[in-house]
Design a protein around this ligand. Structure first.
Ligand SMILES: [Zn+2]
Length: 325
């Protein structure tokens, strides 16, 4: 056996397939990023173009990591993903990719184990590996972005549910007759504790009061900046958001007796303006024994949580790959 082949170091690729960009990184078994690439997804140019772009980004990374062995690839995609079969059942970013077997397609092209999973699940896996969830056997991750992504780790493993739909924490009902959600329900947590929810609440606020939010195109960041400057109405929006988030978390505590909740995503940046209200609401709505032990902490990996999670998921599943039929 050639000695250089024997000493060849393994690495994994973690991909994040977003509606705007595909981001990818070469990641070692120790969680070190060797190289990273970002290219446009080009969704309007059709599925074949997106697949060509995925292959292109993988090829770019392989060119940059010559001398190392690519062992497996993992990719996160928003939507309903059947992990076992590698099928995208439905994704908000790719409306015409219904029941599409991306795993089969890409493994045929690449001849390398390729795994896909829901992006929020992978963010939880990433945080559990080398982020805020490291060392905890059980935790929930909530990504407070444009929407709310959720991932549940039980006994150090992601809980995917019967067919990958577990952890839809953004769609817990917090108001019985609340604002309609695009999942079909009303009053979902996502409608109040995401960036979209912050913007909507800020706009509603304008209807009844006047404040510095009188600008036309309100963004969640704008509300955050105003809160920083002490604007009363903006602070009230984050207080309301914090309380509602606490109601959602308290429900999860009551069901699963989970003690650690990790918050990521852009809205979590406003931490100082909502967290006390969240904690207060959790204590108010749970048994003392469980509620007072709950820790709500910040995510540590930012936008990279999904990439690390994808790489780790590929690493953990690669070994079983050869035995699949
Ligand atoms: Zn919903």
């Amino acid at each position: 056996m050639k000695p250089e082949v024997q000493s060849m170091k393994n690495y994994f690729i973690g991909l994040d397939l977003g509606g705007t960009n595909i981001r990818a990184a070469a990641v070692t078994q120790e969680g070190e990023i060797l190289h990273r690439v970002k290219i446009p997804t080009e969704v309007p140019l059709g599925r074949e173009r997106v697949i060509a772009n995925i292959l292109k980004i993988i090829d770019t990374i392989r060119q940059e990591t010559k001398g190392l062995k690519l062992s497996a690839i993992g990719m996160g995609i928003p939507g309903i993903i059947f992990f076992d079969k590698g099928i995208i059942a439905q994704s908000p970013n790719f409306p015409d990719w219904i029941d599409f077997n991306l795993k089969e397609r890409l493994e045929k092209e690449l001849n390398i184990p390729f795994f896909i999973d829901n992006d929020a699940n992978l963010a939880a896996i990433g945080e559990g590996w080398i982020g805020g969830g490291k060392g905890f056997d059980n935790f929930c991750m909530l990504t407070l972005g444009t929407g709310i992504g959720g991932g549940i780790i039980l006994n150090k493993k992601i809980w995917r549910g019967e067919y990958g739909m577990a952890g839809e924490l953004g769609h817990i009902t917090v108001y019985p007759d609340g604002y309609p959600c695009n999942c079909g329900n009303r009053g979902c947590l996502e409608q109040y504790a995401s960036a979209t929810g912050i913007v909507r609440m800020a706009k509603e606020e304008l209807g009844v009061r006047s404040s510095e939010l009188g600008e036309k195109n309100i963004t969640a960041d704008m509300v955050y900046q105003l809160a920083k400057n002490g604007d009363r109405y903006s602070l009230e929006i984050f207080q309301k958001m914090g309380r509602i988030l606490g109601i959602g978390i308290a429900d999860i505590v009551n069901i699963l007796n989970i003690e650690v909740f990790i918050l990521g995503g852009g809205v979590a940046e406003a931490w100082d303006y909502f967290i006390e209200y969240t904690r207060e609401e959790i204590r108010r709505r749970t048994y003392r024994v469980t509620g007072e032990r709950v820790k709500v902490i910040k995510a540590e990996l930012g936008d990279d949580a999904g990439i690390f999670g994808a790489a780790y998921m590929a690493m953990k599943n690669r070994d079983s790959y050869h035995f699949r039929c």
